[in-house]
Design a binder for this molecule. Sequence first.
Ligand SMILES: [Zn+2]
Length: 290
Amino acid sequence: MFNKRLKTLKDILPMARQGKYAVAQININNLEWTKSALNTAQECNSPIILGVSEGAKKYMGGFEAITGMVLGMIDFYKITIPVILHLDHGTTYEVVEEAIKGGFSSVMFDGSKRNIEENLEISKKVVALAMEHGVSVEAEVGSVGGEEDGVVGGIRYASLDECKRMAALGVDALAASLGSVHGHYEGEAKLGFEEMKEYSKATGLPLVLHGGSGIADDLIKKAISCGESKINVNTEIQEAFCDALVVYFESEKYKIGKGYDPRNIMKPGLIAMNNAIENKLKLFGSTGKA
Ligand SMILES: [Zn+2]
């Protein structure tokens, strides 16, 4: 059972859907990412979803280490906003189980690389397990294109029938692939706004937009008005961090004083991430909604 200081998608997404705003999922990679997402969301009085991919889990030393870090920071920084600790793109029942045992309050099962029958079958088992533990579930239908942790896939639009069948299993949020991609878009995003409206209405579920980076602000706003209530942002935050460190090293600031101190090296990256996250929370309309 997860620590009650954490919340689930059930606590925040129905309200977001009703109020026509979206909650950001920020994918975390390490201590700085976690600190930035928590503190920025707190300053903006916004709920926040911390996404952890299977790759990030390995990188950070496992689910329990991540849960410990997040809970410790919630206490230390006096975070009072709703925080959801969410497995991003769990590809097997086993990894979902491991995340729940490791203290996560929310999981995504991504069966999009399987056929729909198998996807539904495993999603059903995931929902049953999650319900036992009060954990929320996001499931994927269709296939978000692009590259996620080294896995490259093409876009496949979700169908209404698939969405209805997935919704009937009792999932809390639906990642219906409607044209977004992981990483950067080549050219302008072609999002299925009509389908978003239709699927959102037909399922009654909050929709999840994966690959929120590189989509123009007006398209993001339109997607929110069409039923997208959770938007995952990863690439843009990584780029903001990276760009700031490039400037730090190119300007040779590391040669001045204690510029070699890792905490000084990280500082410009942290500030850049704070700003990038703040911009997303404002764009998604979740500020003041905690
Ligand atoms: Zn994704």
